[in-house]
Write a protein that binds this ligand. Structure first.
Ligand SMILES: C[S@@+](CC[C@H](N)C(=O)[O-])C[C@H]1O[C@@H](n2cnc3c(N)ncnc32)[C@H](O)[C@@H]1O
Length: 206
């Protein structure tokens, strides 16, 4: 791993994902998580302050980045949250079937290399009536923005730690055997449109 990936990228991601507008989105979804919860791609722990503590039975977080895990552990300590951290990729979640009531995923389906495989794993660890709560940026419905998203995605992905700006989030969720029950979408204010088309809501297993 190079200096950029080890020292600069984790701070860049933490900073880019903590804007006022993105934080506003986090506050819409995170408090909805309940019961046994798994946060996929927990990153630097930016959602941790927004969980409704009274609704948590168990809280787990999975992320392959050791550097981001360290940052998230500090946030968990500050928030007095007992989080079980797993340093691993979501394509293979080392946890049992039918375990979680909620999986929360925010701004991570853009980055997971094999996202359908990961979503299948999420479905496996969720109980049959469990909820996948998501808040993700992705493909814009506007032709002009979509064109630019596709044009610059390769370059973007290189500097942004593998983040893709042109993934069709609702399609990816459906292709992984989920049914989207609620979804809202909009451009996040004061954010470049190519990276700011946001989808949030929840899905259940088909
Ligand atoms: C843009 S960051 C978002 C972090 C956090 N979810 C948030 O909302 O701030 C993308 C995250 O995806 C994680 N990630 C990358 N590949 C992954 C994988 N295969 N499985 C799970 N998480 C992954 C990264 O380590 C990083 O924490």
């Amino acid at each position: 791993m190079g200096i950029y990936e080890k020292y600069i990228l984790p701070r860049f991601l933490n900073c880019a994902c903590s804007s006022k507008q993105i934080t506003h989105q986090r506050k819409k979804v995170t408090p909805l998580a309940e019961g046994k919860i798994l946060e996929v791609g927990i990153g630097s722990g930016l959602n941790l302050p927004f969980y409704n503590k009274s609704k948590i039975t168990e809280l787990w977080g999975i992320d392959p980045s050791k550097e981001l895990n360290i940052m998230a552990k500090n946030v968990a300590k500050r928030e007095e949250l007992n989080v079980n951290f797993i340093t691993s990729s979501a394509e293979e979640i080392p946890l049992p079937d039918n375990y979680f009531d909620t999986v929360l995923i925010t701004y991570t389906m853009c980055t997971i290399p094999e996202v359908i495989k990961a979503n299948n794993e999420i479905r496996r660890v969720l109980k049959s009536d469990g909820k996948l709560i998501f808040c993700e940026h992705g493909l814009s419905p506007d032709q002009n923005i979509k064109k630019w998203q596709n044009r610059i995605n390769k370059f973007w992905s290189k500097i942004a730690g593998g983040c893709n700006i042109n993934r069709n989030i609702p399609e990816l969720i459906k292709k992984s055997g989920f049914r989207v029950v609620e979804i809202e979408e909009m451009y996040i204010p004061k954010t470049p449109k190519i990276a700011g088309y946001n989808y949030w809501g929840y899905a259940i297993s088909n």
